[in-house]
Structure formats: structure tokens, C-alpha cells
Design a protein around this ligand. Sequence first.
Ligand SMILES: O=C(O)CCC(=O)C(=O)O
Ligand SMILES: [Fe+2]
Length: 384
Amino acid sequence: MDAMAHVERREEIGIDEFVRRFLEPNVPLILAPSHTSHWPARQDWVTSEGLPDFGRLAALYGAEQVPVADCDTVYFSDQQRTTMAMSEFISQWQAQTQRLYCKDWHFTRSPSSYQAYAPVPHLSNDWLNIYYEDLGTDDFRFCYMGGHGTWTPFHEDVFRSYSWSANICGEKRWILVPPGQTHLFTDRLGNWVHNILDYDQRAFPRLGELKKFEVVQKPGEALFVPSGWWHQVLNVGHTISINHNWSNEFNLQRMYERLAQDLGNVKHALRDVTDMDGFDDHAQLVLRADSGIDYRGFFAFVRHMATRYMKLCAGSPPPAGNWTVDHVDSYFTSPASVRRALEKIDSVLTLLASDPDTPKISGGLATEISCLRSEIKEALLVTH
Ligand SMILES: O=C(O)CCC(=O)C(=O)O
Ligand SMILES: [Fe+2]
């Protein structure tokens, strides 16, 4: 049986309803084009026929080096990637001899001061980008562009983050798979399926049992992709999108659970050397290399955000008046939201503190967690 469910589409929706019905329960939603119609990119990057304005894109970004995938060449669980000048990519895109896809391009790092968009208020509570912007080391804000048939293989997003995707032009066909079904798309060697629309039935005999959602995202629409939902994306016509990976208090526990699960896998892979000196610190090193973050890194992220919220509790205004990363909606920094964020942080810290691996990590992580928990408790008392 191939169960298929629908993604809801909404023209108007209050942020509180979005939080209660979609963000917290972790359910996808499409927001109507009216949510992005004011974005400069939706006028400037697109012709009046709704096609990419190649000349304008080349003028804005032609000299930039951009990451480009060859959609017809598998490379491990991904596609073969290279880097080229945007002007070269645009020529190849127009020639359409290959399915080349400019993807995961960190376009906001471009020296061009051009502000192409501003996050949709509902999708603006973006701790991941706030944290990395504060650190100045990375970002998770991307642009994707490519012709008809360019696509992204089946995957789950980094750190079990949410994603949002807004189409500047063109359409995307999404297949979204709710969490808890990994066993249906993993083969006997532990590899997951690459292309859910074209696969070897013998290797994945139960794939047809997947419960999945399918949706075609139209020009201007913004899709909320929940945390831990696997997905595959196929572009229909020339397509450009702006996407963020993001996370916040509502998927913090999922992030932690993913990390704990990844650590379990690392320790299993290293099981023959469990007796070696410093095994647990070594396992953290491998975790960081594989998953992009380790327990200490996760704690640093949580502490950074907790500290920001505690300052809000103490009555200081949000930095620069907008809590940064191009404006988090004030709904998420209201006293009730601040309280809820700190409570959710505290409950994840409880899990981290009682994780049997935490006390094994050198450098006193367990003590730092308990100090932070006391500070949060105090801050919550002040705000009653
Ligand atoms: O649009 C694409 O090709 C991939 C987007 C994606 O995977 C995401 O936004 O998480
Ligand atoms: Fe993704």
C-alpha cells in the first residue's frame, strides 16, 4: 500500500496558529505567494513571463563562485559536485545540455549588498542562523537554481533542522516522509534509497509501504519542512528558490535525540577499541566529523541561546531591536514565548544531563549543564 497524504495550503494564518498546528506538532504547511510577493528577488530575478532573468542574475552575481551539482552523476549518497563562476553556470543552464543544479549556494555571503528577501514572520524564529551569525563562522541560508528536471536526492536535513523553501520562480515537486520509517528505505548494508521515484525493488522491498506526503510548490509559495522528515525534490521548469535550515525551541529535543543516536552509531563503529585511553573523547571527535557537531558543541549552542533569552527576561531589549538574522517576529520574543523557550531548553538540558555519555566527556560538561540549569531556573522565577 502506498499511503499518500496532503500538505495543507494557507493564504492567511496567524503566527500563534502556525505554532500550535504546524511548528510544534511538526507538520508541513504551504504558505501562499502573498507571503513573499514583496521580496525584491521576486521582481528582480524574474522576467514578466515568470522565467529567470538570466541577464540580471549575471549582472548581480556573475563573478561569484557557486557550488554546482551534476544531477545525473551519483556520488555516495549525493550527486557529483563542482564549483564554477555564476556566469559560467548561467551559460550552461541556458544551453541545457546537462542537468546542472546550483545548490546550497550561500548567497547572502555575496559581496553584493543587495537584500533579496526577508524571512516570512512565521518562519523567522531561526536559532541556527542567529547562533552562527553571532559566531561569524557559518550560515544555513541558501539559494537553489536549475532547469527542468534538476533534483535533490532523498535525505534528512543537517542536525535534524527544519527547512523552509520559497520559490522565486518555477515549481518544485516535493515528496515528504514523516519520521519513524527509516527501516522501510534502508537496505541490508545500511544505505538509504537515493531516488525514491526510481529504485531497485529487490534492495528496498518495503519502500511501497512508506506513508508519504506529496506536494507541488508553486511560484511564490513557501513550504515549511518539519524536523526529521526525509524528503526528495524535483524541479518542474526553470526554478529558483531561497531556503533556510533552521531550528528553535520546538525541535531542540529532536536535535538532541539525533545527536544521541549518531553517537550510538559512532560507538558501535568503534566498538573494537572501546578499551583505549580517551575512548569517549575520541568518539566525540568522530561525532563532530560525521555530524558537524558534538555534545559540547550542542551545549554551546543551547547555552548561547539560553543566555540571549535570559537577557530578555532581565528586561534588556532584543539586540538592535529585532533579535537579528533579518528580523525575528516579535511574537517569538514576547514574554510568553521567552518563558516557553527557556522551559523547553531546560527540559532538553535535563535529557542531556541524564545521558550516560555526558559525564564521560572530559572538561566538566556535566557541571556546566547544571550551572546553566540553575541560571535558567532563577531567570524563570523572576519572570514568574
Ligand atoms: O530544493 C531542493 O532541491 C532541495 C531543498 C531541500 O532539501 C531543503 O530545503 O531542505
Ligand atoms: Fe533538505
